[in-house]
Write a protein that binds this ligand. Structure first.
Ligand code: TEU
Length: 588
């Protein structure tokens, strides 16, 4: 003992203290560590991923043939948009057979092979649960509409016409805007929040609920690892169908998400299906607010794991104009505010999600970044950096890892999406400005995010030998997997690096988020801190160079963990940022 000097003793003490605190806090994370919190989810729109049988439509065998590519991304979970039997009025969101595979996509044998292939590669599979509505071609609806006393009548919402017209309900996809459709066979109206071919299921009926839970168990027994739940917030309705309460005027979506028995049904779903397996569940939180979010995801309520909110997706629209974005872009201050607010919602309890695009949205590069040739690479990478450094599970949309961008169709004939086509018809019927409408769709239409995946520079981007169901973006000659795999600095390789970094640093998953320089209009900067580990994320959201001054109280800059450009200029505490530069820096 006498040979050991005081500084050595101090450092031993220091190291053991460090180990104890580290262990204690590691345990703290352990308590509520979950695989789905640490996962990166990769969303695949099967219709547009890879066509194996030459009909111009992507399919399950196509996905199987690309499993090694999916694995190479380093992601953990694949969410597949609906793959079930469907007449495709809304690309599979109108299901006619919940236990069968859509003919164009393949067979149950293909599905089993796909699931096996994913599991062999340690990738989990999440399916889409579409149970607010079915297809009107589902056997239940075919029966239900036959007569008022059919055993399936109560599987849907009917309003007998002799009661007069039902109170108005808004439909997302109807050309007339009404969610009630008159059906002469039984002289009654049925409810459809989406298209006429998507009648809403009646969750009040315990038999219907049992059918749904049995169906979920059917897929879980096959080994499926979870569900993304389509408009699940809308399943419970006040079946007296009163006039829309005044509180919801101008915000019918909030009303749809505020059904009287919603949380009873979710608890029942948890008990009868979800709780029996170690699976994940994520609600499409249409109409869910920061006040109501906890009701879905707090663990002690035993409902769902996560939800994704729509507040971020609402940024940048012109006021009062559904689906027309402000040509001057969006406000980064608002963007920061929304994501910071949603981080704080789950700071103590529950867990969030983060996404910048999906099959219902335009491409993230066009909408949130800059798809001009000069900026597309930097801004794609910058947005990926944002998604991979937030305290929330990232849901990353296929093709964004290549920097795919909006196709911006000029003609209505090029669109295939029921939403665009019906809104166009509606605008026409109302003598609206069709050119203005089409102009708006170039930015906001859902088909922008649904064009075929770009594999290489061969015909149809290597997606299909036949004419694809939706046109391929002409930029595929340059923007494609084959080219980007070869280029170490590609958007694709940056995405892989970013996924690796997130997986390597627990502070990027669990660490506390603190916004810096809140009023900065072009730079989004924050720190992520877990115990004694801290990183700084600095993102230049603009095409102008700028300087970011590191606040004194956050520590000093250490290793640069990621940089989406070649250079970094750091003078004392001033970081010079090039257009769309993104940095993750270790703080000491
Ligand atoms: O989306 C729900 C939804 O509200 C969308 O209609 C959204 O408002 C719209 O896409 C914005 O443009 C889910 C699915 O994600 C979507 O693909 C389906 O069309 C819809 O439900 C009906 O199932």
């Amino acid at each position: 003992m006498k040979n050991i000097k005081l500084p050595t003793i101090l450092s031993i003490l220091f190291i053991s203290f460090f180990m104890i605190t580290n262990k204690a806090s590691a345990q703290k994370i352990d308590n509520d560590r979950k695989w789905w919190k640490e996962a990166v989810v990769y969303q695949i729109y099967p219709r547009s991923f890879k066509d194996s049988d030459g009909d111009g439509v992507g399919d399950l065998k196509g996905i199987i043939s690309k499993l090694d590519y999916i694995k190479s991304l380093g992601i953990d979970v694949v969410w597949l948009n609906p793959i079930f039997g469907s007449p495709n009025d809304d690309n599979g969101y109108d299901i006619s057979d919940y236990r069968g595979i859509m003919k164009e996509f393949g067979t149950m044998k293909d599905f089993d092979a796909l699931l096996k292939g994913m599991h062999e590669r340690k990738i989990k599979m999440v399916l889409d649960l579409v149970v607010n509505h079915s297809s009107d071609e589902h056997k239940w609806f075919q029966e239900s509409r036959k007569s008022r006393d059919n055993p399936y009548r109560n599987y849907y919402h009917w309003w007998d016409a002799e009661r007069g017209k039902p109170a108005h309900r808004f439909s997302f996809f109807d050309v007339d805007g009404s969610a009630w459709k008159y059906d002469s066979t039984t002289n009654a109206y049925y409810l459809h929040y989406f298209s006429r071919k998507q009648p809403d299921l009646n969750w009040e009926n315990p038999k219907l609920r049992k059918e749904i839970f049995d169906m979920m168990n059917f897929w879980f027994k096959k080994g499926v690892d979870g569900f993304r739940m389509d408009v699940i917030s809308a399943i419970s309705k006040d079946t007296t169908f009163p006039e829309l309460p005044a509180k919801y005027h101008g915000d019918f979506v909030a009303y749809y998400a505020d059904g009287p028995h919603l949380h009873e049904y979710l608890k029942e779903m948890n008990k009868e299906a979800l709780s029996k397996y170690y699976v994940m569940s994520v609600a499409e939180g249409l109409g869910v607010t920061t006040e109501t979010a906890h009701n879905f995801v707090d663990p002690d309520r035993k409902e769902l794991n996560m939800l994704y909110h729509f507040e971020g997706m609402g940024i940048g629209y012109l006021p009062g104009q559904f689906k027309h974005m402000d040509p001057n872009g969006y406000s980064l201050l608002e963007f920061k505010n929304v994501y910071t607010k949603w981080d704080s919602v789950f700071a103590k309890k529950g867990w969030g999600t983060v996404y910048l695009g999906n099959h219902d949205q335009p491409r993230m590069l066009t909408r949130w970044g800059n798809d001009a040739p000069k900026y597309r690479e930097a801004s794609s990478k910058m947005l990926t950096t944002f998604l991979m450094t937030m305290r929330a599970t990232p849901y990353y949309y296929f093709g964004d890892e290549l920097g795919m961008s909006n196709i911006k169709f000029d003609r209505i004939e090029d669109y295939k999406d029921i939403e665009t086509i019906n809104m166009y018809e509606k605008t026409k019927n109302e003598n609206g400005d069709l050119d203005y409408f089409l102009q708006g769709q170039k930015i906001s239409a859902r088909d922008n995010g649904r064009t075929p995946f770009q594999w290489d520079d061969s015909k149809n981007a290597g997606f299909s030998n036949a004419t694809p169901w939706l046109k391929v973006n002409p930029n595929y000659k340059k923007v494609n997997v084959a080219a980007e795999e070869k280029d170490p600095n590609s958007i694709l390789n940056y995405f892989k690096k970013m996924v690796k970094l997130r997986k390597a640093l627990p502070e990027l998953v669990y660490g506390k988020y603190e916004l810096l320089d809140k009023e900065n209009k072009t730079v989004y900067a924050y720190t992520r801190t877990l115990d004694n580990k801290k990183v700084l994320v600095v993102l230049n959201f603009s095409k102008m160079p700028t300087t970011f001054d590191m606040p004194k109280n956050i520590g000093t800059a250490g290793q640069v963990l990621i940089n989406n450009l070649k250079e970094i200029t750091l003078q004392k505490r001033a970081i010079k940022l090039q257009p769309y530069q993104a940095l993750v820096i270790r703080l000491n």
